[in-house]
Design a protein around this ligand. Structure first.
Ligand SMILES: [Zn+2]
Length: 185
């Protein structure tokens, strides 16, 4: 699945949770998005891999695409690192939670692709494909439809919250406020 669709799905799922729990802020959204893109740092052709050439080339060489970063062990390592990072750097722990949701949604949606995921490697050499005949081909029509639905969902969520709860107004005003303070200092 393309990075843009991974990010769209993570936001379509994560935004309502962030709004409902009062955690709609730049850090949460950034962590969610990074988590949803990070597993594909194992290929220089992905959205995140293109921005991290060198690192993505090295990981691709060492582990291959859909290798370690797509295993449960790799996910666990990244998630634990995110929590430690938030604790050590004294950042909002919710950001690590958002990162976790993004990362796991990436693996889950990759599992529905025709190539599937080796969830339990190195303990079990089995490729898991969910969805049977409903599995999608990377870059195919089904993926584009899923991505479009996710993007539409985001637009609807933003639209509803702009007109009713005002969650996004607060979110945007908060960013403007922080920017002004940042420029002022
Ligand atoms: Zn992936």
């Amino acid at each position: 699945m393309y990075g843009i669709n991974h990010a769209a799905i993570a936001l379509a799922v994560g935004l309502p949770i962030a709004i409902k729990t009062g955690n709609l802020e730049t850090g949460t959204i950034a962590a969610l998005t990074i988590g949803s893109l990070l597993p594909d740092i194992d290929t220089p052709y992905s959205l995140i891999g293109r921005k991290t050439r060198g690192v993505s080339d090295a990981i691709n060489l060492a582990a291959g695409h859909r290798g370690f970063t797509h295993w449960l062990v790799g996910a666990g390592t990244a998630i634990i690192a995110a929590f430690i990072f938030c604790i050590v750097a004294d950042l909002n722990i919710i950001w690590a939670v958002a990162f976790t949701i993004g990362y796991l949604l990436h693996l889950l949606t990759d599992s529905f692709s025709k190539s599937g995921i080796d969830w339990l490697k190195p303990f079990k050499n089995k490729t898991y494909r969910f969805g049977g005949n409903l599995s999608y081909r990377v870059g195919g029509l089904a993926e584009r439809i899923i991505g479009s639905i996710a993007m539409l969902t985001i637009i609807i969520i933003v639209g509803i919250n702009l007109t009713t709860t005002g969650a996004f107004e607060k979110f945007i005003l908060n960013i403007v406020d922080k920017s002004i303070k940042f420029i002022g200092t």
